[in-house]
Design a protein around this ligand. Structure first.
Ligand code: EPS
Length: 394
């Protein structure tokens, strides 16, 4: 099974990652990993840092002559901020010394891991919590998970994502999104991300995109931040991945964990999600049809999952990202040493990271689906899995 780990701090020398369980024989290059790393760095609403971080992962192990070997794949990715910045990061993040010459950060931001991170580890300094809870870590997660995504793509399974709501600007409900997205998905979900990437905020509707950009501009001036809702779609999944038998093998549950396990995510829906609770049964369930030799659904309000298993219809996952907690306009907080009320301090940050965050979610759901695929069709090599998969399909 596929497992992965990341290590690294936001302003340390760099990020390190290992993914294991990728079968042997998958074509893999640094350029392919770089595609989604570069996508993660683009999007309106970024702060200053993305102007100089040019993420590219170096493959350290697990690949020979352009193909995976079945052994753990190791990646490293430097933080340019470490060397470039005027903030003296090598000193602030030094592995040696007693740190007496570095001022501790003592003013926690509401909504960030700052206060609880310090209560938990008793650092007396918020810096370590800032460093590891930072969304910088998602760069390595995208790098690692993009390899599982390539594995899925080898079997015709494509992933795409787009923004449906940013602050108070967005689509007018489920049906309006379906009208825009479903025709595009017919030739594979990658069309969704390719078209969404044309928009600075990764929204498929041009008019809404402009309104979202304007909103970010306005909120940046006001010194506040924004979040929003997104939708991730996956096409090409065969029916029957996952399980109705055990709670922990239900795909919806595994996806929910990986989505909410990503920085700043506060909720997840499958298909109609919460809207299903406002409708009657006939407006929720999808009628079954038999077409072109396959069982299909007339609609896909279930979002491609029934009983914790893939139906063969596109998987539709929606999520919500909260606004970034670092803001120019201060909130009230309490200094961890003096216990006195004061305003939050401002660190360089993004105003809205939603257009970038959807690239993270697109990628982190890939290992979940790849594992469910391997559970059903698994083998040690791509060749062996092809035999299992295509003999089952024929
Ligand atoms: C982040 C704060 C910013 C973001 C960072 C996440 O970094 P800095 O404090 O150095 O300006 O740029 O995101 C990334 C570096 C990245 O690669 O996504 C935070 O506090 O979470």
């Amino acid at each position: 099974m596929i497992r992965y780990f990341t290590a690294g701090e936001s302003h340390g020398p760099g990020l390190t990652g290992i993914i294991e369980g990728i079968p042997a024989g998958l074509p893999l290059s640094e350029d392919e990993i770089a595609l989604h790393l570069a996508r993660r760095q683009k999007g309106y609403g970024r702060g200053g840092r993305m102007a100089f971080e040019k993420d590219r992962a170096e493959i350290q192990s697990g690949v020979r002559f352009g193909k995976t070997m079945g052994s753990p794949i190791g990646l490293i990715m430097p933080n340019r901020a470490y060397e470039k910045d005027d903030d003296n990061w090598p000193k602030v993040m030094s592995k040696e010394g007693d740190g007496k010459d570095v001022d501790p950060i003592t003013v926690p931001r509401p909504g960030h891991a700052d206060l609880v991170g310090n209560q938990k580890y008793q650092f007396g300094d918020i810096r370590p919590a800032i460093e590891r809870s930072s969304a910088r870590e998602t760069a390595m997660r995208v790098g690692l998970c993009s390899i599982a995504r390539l594995f899925l793509k080898h079997f015709g399974i494509e992933i795409g994502g787009h923004v449906i709501q940013l602050g108070n600007v967005g689509f007018d409900g489920w049906e309006q999104v379906r009208e825009m997205v479903d025709p595009l998905m017919k030739s594979g979900a990658e069309n969704i991300f390719k078209k969404a990437d044309d928009s600075e905020v990764r929204c498929l509707d041009e008019n809404l995109s402009q309104q979202m950009v304007d909103l970010i501009k306005k909120k940046r001036k006001e010194g506040t931040s924004l979040g929003g809702h997104y939708e991730i779609v996956v096409t090409g999944l065969p029916p029957g991945l996952g399980s109705y038998v055990h709670w922990d093998r239900k795909i919806g549950g595994q996806i929910a964990q990986t989505v909410i396990g990503t920085q700043a995510m506060k909720g997840v829906e499958i298909g109609l999600g919460f809207e299903a609770g406002r409708r009657m049964g006939h407006q929720v369930h999808d009628e079954i049809i038999h077409q072109d030799g396959e069982f299909k659904r007339r609609t896909n309000r279930a979002g491609g999952l029934e009983g914790g298993m893939t139906t063969g219809m596109p998987l539709i996952v929606r999520g919500v990202m909260k606004p970034i907690p670092t803001m120019i306009k201060p909130l009230k907080t309490v200094d961890i040493n003096t216990k006195k009320e004061q305003d939050t301090r401002y660190e360089r940050s993004d105003v809205c990271a939603l257009p970038r965050a959807i690239v993270v979610i697109e990628n982190v759901i890939a290992p979940v689906l790849a594992n469910a695929f391997l559970e059903k069709y698994g083998g040690d090599s791509i060749k062996e899995i092809e035999q299992h998969y295509y003999s089952d399909k024929n």
